[in-house]
Design a protein around this ligand. Structure first.
Ligand SMILES: C=C(O[C@@H]1C=C(C(=O)O)C=C[C@H]1O)C(=O)O
Length: 168
């Protein structure tokens, strides 16, 4: 089987990476709910530093250049903040749709940390495939579109932003 065929009709390798990108963005909805309830700001530079330090420390073992991994996660963080801002603005304008419970941010961050290992692993696999297969970028975009189909515009834009380094 060639590298192209290994990707399969539903995006295969790229699809697994995109699925995790989407999963991280959906956990972000809970982050927004936690911050809405607590009145906390979207931006938390200390936590961002922790996430990026963790990524840099784990990247080489996962088989990704640490700078590439950090750049990819900067996009995940920025996409996450866009989703949070969009949700908080929506809830402010439509209080009836705002969350009525306040999830625990600490527990949510543990879920984000658990996703980090998988994202690094799939990023490594996707980049390796790209190195072996010149047509790869054209194959990632359909996988992104397929995964984004069930999402609203806010989350679709975030998926696009979070995957720009692997679709470009
Ligand atoms: C997700 C959060 O919100 C923002 C986005 C982060 C991320 O995507 O990892 C980290 C810190 C915050 O600036 C959070 O506070 O945990």
């Amino acid at each position: 089987m060639s590298a192209h065929q290994a990707e399969g009709p539903s995006g295969g390798q790229a699809g697994r990476l995109i699925d995790l990108v989407v999963a991280r963005l959906l956990v972000t909805d809970d982050v927004a709910a936690a911050k809405f309830g607590a009145g906390s700001p979207v931006d938390d530079p200390v936590r961002e530093r922790e996430v990026l330090d963790q990524v840099r420390a784990r990247a080489r073992d996962a088989g990704v250049d640490p700078d590439v991994a950090v750049a990819f996660f900067r996009d995940q963080i920025s996409a996450s903040k866009e989703v949070q801002r969009g949700l908080l603005a929506h809830w402010a304008a439509h209080p009836a749709e705002a969350p009525t419970t306040r999830p625990d941010l600490g527990a949510i961050r543990e879920r984000l940390d658990e996703l980090t290992a998988g994202l690094l692993h799939e990023l490594a696999a996707a980049l390796e495939l790209r190195a072996r297969c010149a047509a790869r970028p054209a194959r990632v975009a359909p996988a992104v579109r397929a995964r984004a189909r069930g999402l609203d515009a806010l989350h679709r834009r975030a998926v696009d932003a979070a995957t720009r380094s692997v679709t470009a």
